[in-house]
Design a protein around this ligand. Structure first.
Ligand SMILES: C[S@@+](CC[C@H](N)C(=O)[O-])C[C@H]1O[C@@H](n2cnc3c(N)ncnc32)[C@H](O)[C@@H]1O
Length: 230
């Protein structure tokens, strides 16, 4: 059993906490401690913005912090209704091309795992080691040949019905269900709840706390000026 209160203290107290309900601060800290940055999801050339929003919401729910969108057709504004504002809690990285996304992910040490109807292995046959990026393709054409060629692993989610494929956000959820559980078990073994660095958690915490404060930048300035005077 991990004693949560021993995992912090933060490097500093954040003065903006004075403007936020204590339960909200507890909730933010609870979620941050469980954030996963060693797993990410990649949406390749998704045409329907509702699908992108559903994928972002799924990732946030699983505790992923970074998601990647290739060939974003919808700008940074995803369908807010479906994402239920999930996008404000994750970092969405936009890539104009599949090649650019692959280069960026590889540079960050991610293996590329492609969910692919043409694959033969299943997800539970793959060892979850190191950083893993799960890729889903678009509803019409699936995964691109470029992505398929760059994949370290390809897997299929077995199907037993008449339809040929799952909706991509469903496929993503099924993929994350398997991979996230195994990564969390590995972390628990090391006495950890998540794997975001302390520095990034702190910066994210500052931003998240500001969501609950009207005119947060002004409030921060006033607090800083007050601290200088004191
Ligand atoms: C609606 S499917 C795409 C179907 C597309 N017509 C094709 O031929 O690939 C959208 C994406 O969800 C993922 N997906 C859906 N069902 C899957 C399955 N059974 N196994 C692996 N991936 C799946 C894949 O990433 C796929 O590119």
């Amino acid at each position: 059993m991990i004693a949560e209160e021993t995992l912090f203290p933060w490097p500093d107290a954040d003065p903006i906490e004075a403007f936020i309900a204590p339960e909200r601060i507890v909730r933010v800290d609870h979620v941050l401690r469980r954030r996963l940055v060693s797993l990410t999801a990649v949406f390749e050339d998704i045409i329907d913005p509702h699908n992108v929003a559903a994928c972002v919401r799924t990732c946030e729910g699983f505790g992923l912090h970074d998601v990647h969108e290739i060939n974003p057709r919808h700008g940074p504004h995803l369908s807010a209704g479906i994402a239920k504002s999930a996008q404000q809690w994750v970092d969405v990285h936009l890539h104009q091309t599949t090649e650019g996304a692959i280069a960026a992910l590889k540079a960050q040490g991610f293996q590329i795992w492609v969910s692919d109807l043409q694959a033969e292995q299943t997800l539970d046959e793959l060892p979850v080691e190191g950083n893993v990026a799960i890729v889903v393709g678009n509803a019409l054409n699936g995964i691109s040949e470029t992505m398929r060629a760059a994949a370290d692993r390809r897997y299929i989610l077995p199907m037993y019905g008449m339809v040929q494929s799952f909706n991509l956000s469903v496929a993503l959820a099924m993929s994350l269900q398997g991979v996230v559980a195994r990564r969390r078990a590995q972390l628990a073994h090391q006495g950890r709840l998540g794997d975001m660095s302390m520095d990034r958690m702190w910066r994210t915490r500052q931003r998240w706390l500001e969501f609950g404060v009207r005119n947060a930048p002004t409030v921060r300035k006033q607090l800083a000026a007050q601290t200088k005077r004191d």
